[in-house]
Structures are given as C-alpha cells and as structure tokens.
Design a binder for this molecule. Structure first.
Ligand code: ADP
Ligand code: TZP
Ligand code: MG
Length: 283
C-alpha cells in the first residue's frame, strides 16, 4: 500500500465522511460526554480546552483512590503516559480496568514509547489491556509495534506517519485495537482497513500537546459512537486538522495558532466541516 518513496497507492474517496464527521461533532456538542483524562503535566491545559471547545466535558482526575467512584461515570477515558512515573502507573492500570468493566471506551496515547524500557513496558502492558484506540506519532507506533527502545528525539517523531502504516496495521491486528498514527497524513487502521485524514497544518507540530489533545478528542468522538470507533477516530483527527487549517489563516506563529485552533474548533459549522473533511480510504 505504501511504497519506498512513501507514495500511497490505491486511494478511494468516500463522500460520506463529511456528513459523518459533522454528525460526530454535533453529537459531542449536544451530549457533552464526560471524558476522564489521566495525562501529563504539559498537556492538561490544552487537552481540557480542546475538549471544552469541541463540546465535551473534561476532568483531569488521576488519583487511584477516586477511580472506583469516578471512572464508571465517565463516558470515556483517555490515558496518556507523557510524564509517566512508577507512582502514576497503578492509577492508569486501575482506570483502564474500571473503564473496561463498565463497558466504556478508552484511548491510549503512548507518548515517547521508545525512549526507555520502563516506558515501553508500561505502554505494552496498557496496550495488552485492550484500549479501544491507540493514537501515537510515527516513532511511537513503530516502537510499540516492534517492541523496541531505540534512538529517539523524545516526544517528537523522527518518522513520517507513512513510515509507520504497516507497523500500525500489525499492532492493530495483534492488539485488537484501532491504531492511529498522526503526521502530515493521519492514518487509522483496524488491521484490515486503512484510511488517511489529510487535514491539518505542519505548524501544529510546533505546539506542544496537540497530539495529546487530538487523542483526547478521539476519546470524546468514540464516547458518542462507541460501535464505530474506527470512523470516530478518523473524523476526530480530520476535525482537529480542519480547526488547525482555519486557525492558521489567522495565526502569526505557534502561540497564536494555539489560540486560533481552539477558537476555530469551537466555531466549526456544518458547511465548513462537510466541505473540508478530507479522509481517503486505502485498499
Ligand atoms: N506535517 C503536518 N501536516 C499537517 N498536520 C500535521 C503535521 N504534523 C502533525 N500534524 C497534526 O498535528 C497533530 C499532532 O500530531 P503529531 O505531531 O504527529 O503528534 P505528537 O504531538 O503526538 O507527536 C495532529 O492533529 C496531526 O494531524
Ligand atoms: C513535551 C512533553 N514532555 C513530556 S509529555 C510532553 C507533551 C507531549 O505532547 P505531544 O505528544 O502532544 O506533542
Ligand atoms: Mg504525542
């Protein structure tokens, strides 16, 4: 499907993605799903504001003691290992278990999965607990799929998303999760099907926590359409990308893009979503 020059072949567009994306966004706005986020210290603010501007209700609640009461009440859970320590891991495990028991979808962001053995093992254990969706950048998905600690820039990717499509497919097959790999094209796969969301702007990489935030947005979209997690993941990625595209028209650099992205997500209307969603199927 992807050749050595990263040319993606056999593309197919579907006219249904725009209306589906609008249905997902408008349902998040009307249902305002409660999303529990166990996330890193860097992303808490942007993640919560992304969820709020999309219409969801974020709660950054991570203490082990609160999970039995709180996690079953959330519509979905987002687990992000960005500033992982041994002290935080039990809460991540317990929340994943509680979400699974309550039949609630949960989403994993394996930030910097390949930077250390500790982090890689933790991420692999969490993947083994069967998240609904795993969303990472190219380097993270490659590290997870190959179970390899390797030379890495840290939380930023040193790979294109196209480099990790086969790894994403194999991880999806072995784990039973939907796997999304973000980048210039955001690929989503269930191990068989592959779609690519082609929205967004490169400047989004220059804002810390955009990846974390789109993972949380995926949790909100999956919360309101849990039986179609593959589609909800693709539309969340596309919608976030469109907010970035529109935000970029008003931005002077990363700091103002951060603000305009949130404003644009808040203001998206049906016509804009249907017109701008750019999701392509690869077969
Ligand atoms: N070159 C690019 N062009 C367009 N959008 C991009 C590009 N790189 C990243 N993005 C977008 O930025 C967001 C964060 O993705 P990414 O940078 O891959 O994640 P992470 O921050 O976890 O490394 C996603 O919405 C993705 O689509
Ligand atoms: C900079 C940094 N360091 C640890 S977590 C984190 C945020 C990473 O956010 P993202 O993966 O969305 O860029
Ligand atoms: Mg990330």
């Amino acid at each position: 499907m992807v050749d050595n020059n990263h040319q993606v072949k056999h593309q197919q567009t579907s006219p249904e993605w725009g209306p589906t994306a609008w249905t997902h966004l408008s349902t998040v706005r009307t249902q305002s799903p409660l999303i529990q986020c166990i996330t890193n210290f860097v992303s808490m603010d942007l993640m919560a504001n992304t969820l709020l501007s999309a219409g969801a209700s974020p709660a950054m609640i991570h203490s082990l003691q609160e999970i039995p009461d709180f996690t079953p009440r959330a519509a979905a859970l987002c687990v992000n290992v960005g500033t992982l320590t041994a002290e935080w891991l039990p809460a991540m495990r317990a929340a994943a278990e509680a979400a699974g028991r309550a039949g609630k979808p949960w989403v994993l962001d394996p930030v910097a999965a390949g930077v250390s053995g500790f982090r890689l093992e933790a991420c692999r254990e969490l993947v083994g607990m069967r998240p609904t969706v795993v969303r990472g950048n190219g380097s993270e998905i490659l590290a997870l799929a190959n179970a390899s600690v390797g030379p890495s820039k840290g939380v930023d990717s040193s790979h294109e998303s196209t480099d990790a499509v086969e790894a994403a497919k194999s991880l999806a097959k072995s784990s039973g999760c939907i796997v999304a790999v973000s980048g210039a094209v955001d690929f989503v796969t269930d191990g068989q099907r592959v779609v690519g969301a082609q929205n967004g702007v490169a400047m989004m990489q220059k804002i810390t926590a955009t990846g974390c935030s789109v993972t949380a947005l995926i949790a909100a979209f999956v919360a309101i359409d849990p039986l179609h997690a593959f589609e909800a993941t693709a539309t969340a990625l596309s919608i976030f990308g469109i907010a970035g595209e529109i935000g970029m028209d008003m931005a002077k650099g990363p700091a103002s893009l951060r603000v305009h992205l949130i404003d644009s997500l808040y203001g998206l209307d049906q016509d804009t979503v249907v017109r701008r969603v750019n999701i392509i199927s690869f077969s």
